[in-house]
Write a protein that binds this ligand. Structure first.
Ligand code: GLY
Ligand code: MN
Ligand code: MN
Length: 435
């Protein structure tokens, strides 16, 4: 992402907060995996969105209207000895020279400096609950300010949730954000193609995951979430991430995998027959899910509200299951009673961006939000018939199918970022096992 983009975001937030406000955003902490091994570090999305700074132990502070500096960054000091082990640090000098900070201080000095910055402000914009340790420190700084406040000293009297402002900004993707998401989707598409081509009975689910991870890594991307690779009835476990079963001839395989590229995620699902040919029963369910996906994507354009794609998918799935005899009764009543939920138990999508389940409100003033250009969402209808569902004919049991694509709302309609990946049953059959 271009450095200027981070500056634009900060300026936008500074304008919204206005004089008298101060926004405080802490970096993500390193997390221990086991003993002295840490998880790969991933910066907090809010923090990165505003700073482009990918080190831990940092705090960004925006103070609209402050003369000396409106953007102050606290970060780790340079330390040649530590850097020899853990890699380079920007240090406060680097924060100013390379990251647009107008002033920067060592993080170890924050207790001495931050209260002074708060002192002049009326309102603190901060997201409580995401960084419990930092919450405590911030409360303590404000408490001390109030306690020490004789006449003439000042302390903020109001806490405002920063999410409302920041997350609404993040919901609307700029041109360069859309470009990053297009790239993340394109890499995701290539990864799915590689996996599909390599698929054959007898392979293990984790071997399929290896194909996905390999393609992500080839492009400098990483998985944006734990890939779901579920064959046979495992496809009906919505968050199946064990990925340790052997794929059998006659099974379907559900692969839900996306990558993160330059901090933006893709989230893509395809379901295909392990042996390259859908059975009649599998194909019948597949075609319903595909039709639901098409109907939902048609409802992704400006002026539609958030729930219209879901409503469209629900209608197609209910009609389809009824036509196959899996639901009985009138379509209207079945929808009203949410009878489809035993087979389609999740929603048709979610916002997508720096986080896979991205930020942004789905309702405004109690009403479904209208879709607007720049929003990105997934469209992911599915049908899952448990292997233990004794009240449905045997041929349907254990079938789990989802088709998931990433869709950008444009001025005139939408752009399917994951377009190009095999979607119809025929396209899928042509690709599976072709390597
Ligand atoms: N991969 C998570 C989801 O589809 O929402
Ligand atoms: Mn997914
Ligand atoms: Mn999803």
């Amino acid at each position: 992402m271009n450095r200027k983009e981070f500056g634009r975001r900060r300026r936008h937030l500074i304008e919204m907060i206005g004089a008298g406000g101060v926004a405080i955003v802490p970096a993500a902490q390193l997390k221990k995996r086991n003993r002295d091994v840490e998880y790969p570090y991933r910066q907090d999305s809010d923090f990165y969105y505003l700073t482009g700074f990918n080190e831990p132990e940092a705090v960004a502070v925006l103070i609209p209207g402050r003369d000396q500096a409106e953007y102050v960054l606290f970060c780790r000091d340079r330390d040649p000895e530590r850097e020899a082990w853990d890699g380079a640090r920007a240090g406060p000098e680097g924060a100013i020279a390379s990251f647009g900070a107008e002033d920067a201080f060592p993080i170890d000095d924050i207790d001495d400096i931050l209260p002074g910055l708060l002192e002049t402000c009326e309102r603190v914009f901060y997201t409580m609950g995401s960084h419990p340790e930092f919450d405590q420190r911030l409360i303590e700084w404000v408490r001390k300010l109030r306690e020490g406040g004789g006449s003439g000293t000042h302390s903020p009297h109001e806490f405002v949730t920063l999410d409302h402002y920041l997350h609404d900004m993040r919901l609307f993707k700029s041109r360069s954000e859309a470009a990053a998401m297009r790239k993340a989707a394109r890499i995701g598409v290539k990864a799915h193609e590689r996996a599909m081509r390599s698929c054959r009975p007898g392979k293990w689910e984790y071997e399929m995951q290896a194909e996905l991870d390999y393609e992500f890594a080839l492009h400098g991307a990483t998985a944006s979430y734990q890939p779901i690779v579920g064959s046979g009835a495992n496809a009906c476990t919505l968050h199946y991430v064990e990925n340790r079963a052997r794929m059998q001839d006659g099974d379907l395989l559900l692969v839900d995998a996306g990558c993160e590229y330059d901090y933006y995620a893709s989230d893509i699902t395809r379901t295909y027959p392990v042996n390259g040919r859908f059975s009649d029963a599998q194909r019948a369910i597949y075609d319903i899910v595909l039709e639901a996906s098409e109907a939902a994507i048609e409802k992704v354009h400006p002026g539609c509200h958030w729930n219209e794609p879901h409503d469209a998918a629900v209608e197609v799935i209910t009609r389809g299951l009824r036509a196959l005899g899996l639901l009985k009764g009138g379509v209207k009543t079945l929808i009203k009673k949410e009878a489809y939920k035993q087979f389609f138990m999740h929603r048709t999508g979610h916002w997508l961006g720096m986080d896979v389940h991205d930020v942004g409100d789905y309702k405004v003033d109690g009403e479904w939000r209208l879709l607007e250009p720049g929003m990105v969402m997934t469209v992911e209808p599915g049908i899952y018939i448990s292997a233990n569902q004794k009240d449905v004919p045997k041929k349907w049991r254990g079938i789990g199918i989802r088709i998931e694509d990433d869709v950008l709302v444009t001025r005139t309609g939408n752009e399917v970022l994951s377009a190009g990946l095999a979607r119809t049953a025929t396209e899928v059959e042509a690709l599976v096992g072709s390597a």
